[in-house]
Design a protein. Structure first.
Length: 280
C-alpha cells in the first residue's frame, strides 16, 4: 500500500522539466544550499512593483523537484508576473517524520521573496503561494499555520501569502486525511484545514474527482470552513481526473490549460492581471 501511494505521488509530479529562471540561494542548511528559481517577465525592472507567485513542487514531501511548475512560471512571467520555484528539503521515505523541515524551508523562501521584494521588482502585498499535492500543503500552510520557523530568522517578515493557488493539495492531515501517518496527534500543528481563520488569504483549489488520495468531500469541507471564516474560496472539480491531472503534458494539456484559464480569471478578479479578453 505504501509503495502504491508513493508511486501515485511521484507519477503525479509530472515530467521532469528543468526549473526555469535564475537560481539564487535563499538558505543554507547543514552546508547544503537551497535555491529559488526566479522567472522575470520581458521588460522587467527592479523598480517595478509586480505581483508574484511562489511555487512549491509535489512528491509526498519525499520526492519531486522545482521544475514541476516551469510551464506555469513561464506562462505567468509572460503575463507580467515575477515567478519563483522553490527547492526545499525532502524527507526520508522510510522515516515517519512530520514535514516540519519542508514547512521551515517554505517559510524561509516566502520571507526571502518578501524581504527582497524591492530587489525582485515585486509588490510585497501581492505575493501568491502555489503548489501541487505536498507542495499544495506547503502553499496552504503558509496561509494558515503558525510556527515551523527556522531558528534565527526575522519573524517580523510575514510568510502569509496574499492569495493561494492550490492543485490537489493534501491540506487535511487530520485522522481521516492524507499524511496523518506522519503527523499523528500533532496534526493540529500541520494541517491547514484545521487552522483556517479570518486572516487566511483567498484561494482557488483544483481537484480531480478520481483522486485516490484526496476525496472531493475533503475539498467541500475545506471550502465550507473558508466560507464560514468569511474567506473567499473558489473550487473546480474535474470529472474522471486523478491525482496530478493538472501538470503540463498530461491529457493533451487540456486540464493544464483549463486550470491556467481559471487561475488567470482568479488573478484578474484580484486586480493582479489585466484581462486579455477585454484588451485592457
Amino acid at each position: 500500500m505504501v509503495v502504491c501511494v508513493i508511486s501515485v505521488l511521484l507519477s503525479a509530479v509530472g515530467s521532469a522539466e528543468k526549473p526555469s529562471g535564475q537560481p539564487i540561494v535563499y538558505k543554507t542548511v547543514d552546508g547544503v544550499d537551497l535555491s529559488i528559481y526566479v522567472s522575470r517577465p520581458q521588460g522587467w525592472n527592479s523598480k517595478d512593483s509586480r505581483p508574484a507567485i511562489v511555487f512549491f513542487h509535489g512528491g509526498g514531501w519525499t520526492g519531486g523537484a522545482p521544475g514541476q511548475f516551469t510551464k506555469h512560471a513561464e506562462h505567468y512571467a509572460d503575463r507580467g508576473l515575477v515567478c519563483f520555484q522553490v527547492q526545499y528539503r525532502l524527507l526520508d521515505r522510510k522515516s515517519k517524520d512530520p514535514p516540519e523541515v519542508c514547512l521551515r524551508d517554505a517559510r524561509s523562501a516566502m520571507r526571502f521573496v518578501r524581504s527582497r521584494a524591492a530587489e525582485f521588482g515585486v509588490n510585497p502585498d501581492r505575493i501568491a503561494s502555489s503548489g501541487g499535492s505536498a507542495g499544495g500543503h506547503l502553499a496552504a500552510g503558509l496561509g494558515t499555520l503558525k510556527g515551523c520557523d527556522e531558528p534565527g530568522e526575522d519573524t517580523s517578515v510575514s510568510v502569509v501569502p496574499n492569495a493561494m493557488i492550490l492543485f490537489n493539495p493534501v491540506f487535511d492531515n487530520g485522522p481521516d486525511g492524507w499524511g496523518h501517518q506522519r503527523v499523528g496527534d500533532r496534526y493540529p500543528e500541520f494541517s491547514p484545514a484545521h487552522n483556517i481563520s479570518q486572516t487566511t488569504p483567498p484561494a482557488i483549489v483544483f481537484l480531480g474527482d478520481s483522486d485516490k488520495l484526496i476525496p472531493v468531500s475533503t475539498l467541500t469541507e475545506f471550502q465550507k470552513k473558508m466560507q464560514a471564516a468569511g474567506v473567499r474560496c473558489e473550487t473546480q472539480v474535474f470529472p474522471g481526473m486523478p491525482h496530478g491531472f493538472f501538470n503540463h503534458g498530461k491529457y493533451d494539456n487540456r486540464p493544464y490549460e483549463e486550470t491556467i484559464r481559471a487561475t488567470d480569471r482568479f488573478l484578474e478578479s484580484l486586480g493582479w492581471l489585466k484581462s486579455e479578453a477585454s484588451g485592457e
